[in-house]
Design a protein. Structure first.
Lengths: 343, 259
């Protein structure tokens, strides 16, 4: 790395790592079963009795998935922002999760595969790939922010319509209901199988993004200057798009649509790394894991109507309720930038 | 003429789509020389410079220190040619020192630490451009003149034998125009081969060791300021009536009115 991680960057990463551990432990203790912390820990390590089943089979997978998915969204958001050189870039703004939803809901609706099959994440990843690839192709290489956002909005709307069509034509009301709830985004009732299915895609996503992190720093000078410094801009763009699609597609396939972590997480840590678009990636990923784990704890603590179909408030609802106002606040702050881009 | 040129270009043709932008350009850049490329808007100056930097595919021959440009690896090319694009773009509010450090990008990979050579090159570039005083400020908070110097410092930090600068003085106040031209001249006279695109003929006449004039894709003149900047050429190429004053200190074109 050209500029070594300063003490603040290192300290931030360590602090975020510790926070993930703390939240992870809390996440194992929270739930309707009402285990004491000691029972929960005993259940985790022994795996015996009711506590063992609750902690190991119900709470552990959702905790690990919250960390992995949150981390993936944080990383993907920071990477897209680095690639597009824009702090408002977010996978959801470009229709990636929505497009992943189309692929995944199609597979679920037509029962092409069980919910724990590889077909769901693969369909989700294909959807995300098509949307991000389409965005880069439609908006073009030198697209201004406004063109990129408009194209993303259009793709997201198109994906939304396609999902609505699938719901509309769902073979059974049961399938439609399943898709509808799944779309809201949740980590409820996920098993270790979900984790194992998604893990290879997460790993591939992180690897692809990590390989290109350095280029984001050169890209701060613009594409031409970056190319003159030895960055293969076209290759970087392709690999990052694929990396984001793999991560987001697998996340959506497992957890439904969970938005705005990729926007919020990098923003919260950017100052600590002096706005370095490469060094922001690791703390952004850690912050994403913190945010999603915390949100997933919150949905279990907020009382919901036990007589309703949904026992818990859905995770995607919470992240959107927090994320959208945050996004609006950022637009408010970046108004000048947006005005400039529109010219 | 002096030793072998650092950059040798012959018969360079660039087409963007079906449009012929650069039509058979031939150009040598030598160590110790500041060459200024002038020409009206749309003459193809930027495209020629991007071709010389290897950023746009070109027909013809471009050799860097005797090696064909296309035979160089991307990293090798980046170490030999520093390219400063138009506009002095900085997308993130990074500290000035971190921006200038990007000049060392071709010398590092993801796992290598900053070496003493890197540190020295960065410190030298900051000092040469007088930017060390605000090395820790966010680059986006600087004035246009300060940004131009930071952009130049970034290019100088490459310590490449060839420096290509696209309109480095554009939108700068008179003082900063002089400062930037002096820096480019100093970079050349300390052994670099420097090519800069400019629109100010008086500035070019004053600082350039050589002027290359471009018009509609072709290089129409190449020589000392006195040789290239004639009343006739300024009239045909720029469509401007001019007066040329020449004295011991050099050639001083004065532009009068559009023809």
């Amino acid at each position: 790395m050209m500029t070594s991680a300063g003490p603040s960057g290192l300290r931030l990463n360590l602090a975020l790592g510790a926070l993930i551990v703390v939240l992870g432990v809390i996440s194992l203790m929270v739930g309707p079963a009402g285990l004491s912390p000691r029972e929960a820990m005993a259940g985790l390590f022994s795996g015996e009795g009711a506590a063992g089943i609750v902690v190991r089979d119900i709470r552990l997978p959702r905790t690990l998935l919250a960390i992995l998915i949150g981390g993936t969204f944080g990383f993907a958001g920071a990477a897209l922002q680095g690639l597009l050189r824009n702090p408002l870039a977010e996978p959801a703004l470009f229709g990636a999760p929505q497009a992943a939803s189309v692929g995944a809901s199609f597979v679920i609706a037509y029962g092409l595969a069980g919910a724990t099959s590889f077909a769901v994440p693969i369909a989700g990843i294909l959807g995300a790939l098509v949307s991000i690839g389409g965005l880069v192709a439609i908006a073009g290489r030198r697209a201004s922010l406004s063109v990129t956002l408009l194209a993303g909005l259009a793709l997201a709307s198109l994906a939304g319509a396609a999902t609505a069509l699938i719901l509309n034509l769902a073979p059974t009301p049961y399938a439609a209901l399943e898709i509808a709830f799944w779309l809201l985004g949740s980590l409820e009732d996920r098993s270790m199988d979900h984790l194992w299915i998604a893990a290879p895609f997460f790993l591939a996503s992180w690897l692809l993004l990590a390989l290109n992190v350095r280029a984001f720093r050169a890209l701060t000078l613009g594409e031409d200057a970056a190319a003159s410094l030895g960055v293969d801009v076209a290759r970087t763009r392709l690999l990052v798009v694929i990396g984001v699609a793999l991560g987001v597609g697998a996340s959506v396939a497992v957890a439904g649509s969970i938005g705005f972590i990729g926007l919020v997480a990098p923003h919260l840590v950017r100052r600590a790394v002096n706005s370095d678009p490469a060094r922001v990636c690791l703390p952004a990923a850690l912050m994403g894991a913190v945010l999603l784990t915390a949100a997933d704890i919150a949905v279990r603590l907020v009382p919901a109507n036990p007589n309703a179909t949904a026992i818990e408030i859905k995770l995607g609802v919470v992240t959107a309720l927090i994320g959208v106002p945050f996004f609006l606040a950022m637009i408010f702050r970046e108004r000048r930038l947006l005005d400039g881009a529109a010219q | 003429m002096s030793a072998k040129p650092k950059l040798h270009a012959a018969n360079v043709v660039v087409r963007l789509g079906d449009v012929l932008i650069v039509d058979g350009a031939a150009l040598d850049l030598r160590a110790g020389e500041l060459t200024v490329l002038i020409g009206p808007n749309g003459a193809g100056k930027t495209t020629l410079m991007r071709a010389l930097a290897g950023l746009v595919p070109a027909e013809g021959r471009i050799e860097i220190e005797g090696t064909p440009l296309t035979a160089l690896t991307v990293r090798d090319r980046a170490r030999r040619i520093a390219y400063l694009p138009q506009g002095h773009v900085f997308h993130w509010p990074m500290p000035v020192a971190a921006v200038v450090a990007l000049g060392r990008y071709p010398y590092a990979d993801a796992f290598s630490a900053v070496t003493d050579v890197d540190r020295q090159a960065i410190a030298k570039a900051l000092a040469a451009t007088g930017t060390e005083g605000f090395a820790h400020r966010a680059v986006t908070t600087l004035s246009g003149g300060e940004r131009a110097r930071v952009a130049l410092a970034r290019a100088l930090a490459c310590e490449a034998p060839i420096l290509l600068a696209d309109e480095p003085t554009v939108s700068l106040d008179p003082r900063h125009q002089l400062v930037v031209m002096e820096l480019l001249a100093r970079a050349a006279h300390s052994g670099g081969a420097v090519l800069a695109i400019g629109h100010d003929l008086a500035l070019a006449a004053r600082f350039a060791d050589r002027i290359v004039m471009m018009d509609r894709g072709r290089l129409v003149a190449d020589g000392s300021p006195r040789e290239v900047l004639t009343v006739e050429r300024i009239a045909t190429v720029f469509g401007v009536e001019a007066m040329i004053a020449a004295d011991a200190s050099g050639t001083h074109p004065v532009l009068l009115r559009p023809i």
